[in-house]
Design a protein around this ligand. Structure first.
Ligand code: G3I
Length: 349
């Protein structure tokens, strides 16, 4: 049978986010699938600041080393994720030794040391980095984060310069979600253009791709890929998964939600997926991969945010204890109709 990476070998790399526990506990069957199907890898959590640098004087590289070794052994191109983010960053980063708020100089020194150490350790092995993650609000303004408050609006540029110093050969990306929104995409393009004008290295934009069955409209994704690639050159679909469950915030009537998702005895937000929804998921994957193939001159990589539904972050978000169905493999590691749909698009003559 044709694998994902074979089906898209003339188009772009096919990637997957690797969960830490796949490497720290035995997962032979799962890792076999990962190695067979994909030629790119991103760590889901293990290179985030909280994981890799939990205390000022303590780095934790054991998991990251395992991850890099595994990806290399299987010819997977590695994307490092992520250097600057407002989430999963320990409080000490923004505090002085005395527990007082850190000064700009202190945070700059901390950031430089972190990037030198982490990017430097994997120099020549990690091919590209999500340098800054999620710095833009949906309305296109810059997000208010400790990084921005302490370092100023040019903290993005600072981070990219530091990453480039630490590994001059690594590609550097800006990564964000909901970039199908016009205002958000416009700001991302502007940031990239400004950086290029200031001779700061930036190679592309990661569009995360946390989408739903019918949102966003394919036209909006299409438009954003065009505008972002015009500004940045490369576009990566960096965190693809498609949520099929009702959105709690939408206040869907519980009965409607039950019908929408499946059997009436089960909680509307946590149950199994009926065949009809499986088909809708497959159709949505077909639609987005048709679009990606049309833009293959700009899209360098498509990375799924996980392999099997059981380990998807959607099981815990937007509410905990759901049963997510967002990915290509089910909880028993069987390929779903969505998998066949993706292969079918990639193997069309
Ligand atoms: O590390 C603890 C562990 O010690 C503990 O046993 C376990 C118990 O639940 O929790 C572990 O931490 C969790 C971590 O994932 C590792 O599983 C955190 O609570 C949980 O918040 C964290 O979620 C991650 C999330 O980023 C954090 O915001 C998700 O796995 C990860 O998929 C998600 O990924 C992000 C991207 O980095 C950026 N774009 C959005 C995407 C989805 O939110």
């Amino acid at each position: 049978p044709v694998t994902l990476k074979e089906a898209y070998q003339d188009d772009f790399r096919m990637g997957v986010a690797i969960a830490t526990h796949w490497l720290t506990e035995p997962h032979p069957e799962l890792l076999k699938i990962v190695a067979e199907q994909f030629n790119a890898a991103t760590p889901e959590n293990l290179l985030k600041w909280q994981s890799v640098h939990p205390e000022r004087d303590r780095y934790h590289f054991a998991d990251a080393d395992r991850f890099v070794d595994f990806a290399e052994q299987h010819g997977m191109r590695i994307t490092g994720h992520t250097l600057v983010w407002h989430n999963q960053t320990p409080d000490w980063v923004f505090q002085g030794a005395d527990g007082q708020p850190a000064t700009r100089e202190q945070v700059l020194a901390t950031l430089r040391e972190h990037i030198q150490t982490v990017v430097g350790r994997y120099r020549g092995r990690i091919a590209g980095w999500d340098v800054v993650n999620e710095a833009i609000n949906d309305d296109g303004t810059l997000r208010d984060t400790p990084w921005r408050r302490i370092l100023g609006d040019d903290y993005l540029e600072i981070a990219f310069r530091l990453a480039h110093e630490a590994d001059p050969d690594a590609e550097l990306y800006y990564n964000d979600y909901s970039l199908y929104l016009k205002d958000k995409a416009r700001t991302a393009s502007r940031l990239v253009r400004t950086m290029k004008r200031n001779d700061v290295r930036i190679d592309g934009i990661g569009m995360q791709g946390h989408w739903s069955l019918d949102y966003p409209p394919i036209e909006d994704i299409d438009r954003s890929i065009q505008s972002l690639s015009a500004a940045a050159g490369k576009v990566m679909i960096s965190e693809l998964d498609i949520n099929v469950l009702p959105w709690p915030g939408d206040q869907i009537d519980a009965d409607v939600a039950r019908q929408a998702v499946g059997s009436p005895e089960l909680d509307p937000y946590t149950q199994g997926l009926p065949a009809e929804k499986q088909a809708q998921l497959a159709n949505r994957y077909t639609e987005v991969f048709e679009l990606f193939v049309r833009h293959r001159d700009f899209i360098d990589r498509v990375t799924f945010w996980g392999l099997e539904d059981g380990a998807s972050w959607h099981n815990n978000w937007p509410i905990k204890g759901r049963t997510a169905h967002s990915l290509l493999f089910d909880r028993n590691l069987r390929p779903k109709p969505a998998f066949d749909a993706v292969i079918a698009v990639g193997t069309r003559p």
